[in-house]
Design a protein around this ligand. Sequence first.
Ligand SMILES: [Fe+2]
Ligand SMILES: [Fe+2]
Length: 246
Amino acid sequence: MPANVTEIATDVFRISTFHPEFGIQFNQFLVVDDQPFLMHTGMKKMFASTLGGVSFVLDPARLRWIGFSHFESDECGALNEWLKVAPRAEAMCSFVGALVMVNDFAGRPPRALADNEVFETGRHRLEFIATPHVPHGWDAGLFFETDQRILFCSDLFFHPGDPEPLTETSVLDRTREAILQNLSGPLANDMAYTAQTENTLKRIAHLRPQMLATMHGSSFRGDGEKEIFGLAAALKEILGAGVVSA
Ligand SMILES: [Fe+2]
Ligand SMILES: [Fe+2]
């Protein structure tokens, strides 16, 4: 399973491996900078593929930061493999993620990020947004690249298959179909619709992203705020009740 590598924005590379058994893509994102940042590690069993993709862009030993949204095998399963090939790399995750899971799991201590914490990798600046239970997990958070306004949105906008790396056409229809299909499958109830869900989604919409870097499916370039409000409305309709207002 070789990875497909696409530069989707300046210095931002999408490393995509399609897994035929799962029928979905596993996408990592690499921000090339003085302190290179990798978003998601990929699964441990897919490490060779992900490593090959990253190596196509830069020497993996240069990696400095490894960020991920929540504690699952596709988000951080290969973390210790990366820590071995990149001696200066540190994981970055939420305070909850570090305290509850990653401090014990990782071969080296992670950097625990506070909500709204900003860090620079050189030319690029990223902000961490704590988003408990969005897409899922108490420890969840998202990363936002502030110059090109790229939201690394983890499992939000999940859609299956092996679609194009980047589209300027809304991915809402595909996402909505995937949410509906998921309701009757073995992975139903992946997202708890809580009293905070709507406000969390509004919060990330108001970042006004110009790109949504999706972990499973095509990345989207365009009006990210509108796209997230569309997602919020679909989730409320399907998992909650009523209509979301901007
Ligand atoms: Fe997940
Ligand atoms: Fe995922």
